[in-house]
Design a protein around this ligand. Structure first.
Ligand SMILES: [Zn+2]
Ligand SMILES: [Zn+2]
Length: 149
């Protein structure tokens, strides 16, 4: 014995089959239309994401310029002024612990905290030199130091 539900489903199945055959072209068109619309939607979404990304990057660069200019605008060790080479350095070498506390955007944190003391501008070169050389950039040569080469 076939239950009412199954019967209903079977009838519907036949009905949908018929419907699909009769309206094949129209359904195809509808699908095409649907994909076309969604493609546009998707494209626009990607576009706006791209705009967001660019705006975000521009904003971060702006923050970095502000902070670097505030702390002198050039490497305190070698005088490098090219922004691409410059980074904000923790004078007391507690950078990695502090970065863990505040996340990756140090410039934003500094602005939010009204440019606290304890930071300076270094180029990447001097920054790395400082870390490899117990907190003092090898530019300031001292023959007593032991270099890790
Ligand atoms: Zn430097
Ligand atoms: Zn240096």
């Amino acid at each position: 014995m076939i239950s009412k539900q199954t019967k209903h489903y079977r009838n519907n199945k036949i009905y949908f089959k018929m419907y699909n055959i009769i309206n094949k072209d129209r359904i195809l068109d509808e699908h095409k239309e649907y994909y076309k619309n969604n493609k546009e939607k998707w494209k626009n979404q990607q576009k706006s994401k791209e705009v967001d990304r660019k705006a975000g990057k521009k904003y971060r660069v702006k923050q970095k310029i502000l902070v670097i200019n505030h702390y002198g605008g050039k490497c305190v060790c070698c005088g490098e002024t090219n922004l691409v080479f410059l980074t904000i350095d923790h004078i007391n070498n507690n950078g990695s612990t502090h970065r863990k506390e505040i996340g990756s955007n140090l410039a934003r944190w500094i602005i939010k905290n009204q440019y606290p003391i304890g930071f300076q501008v270094l180029c990447w070169n001097c920054n790395l030199g400082k870390h490899l050389n117990n907190g003092i950039c090898p530019h300031t040569f001292n023959e007593d130091w032991e270099y890790e080469l």
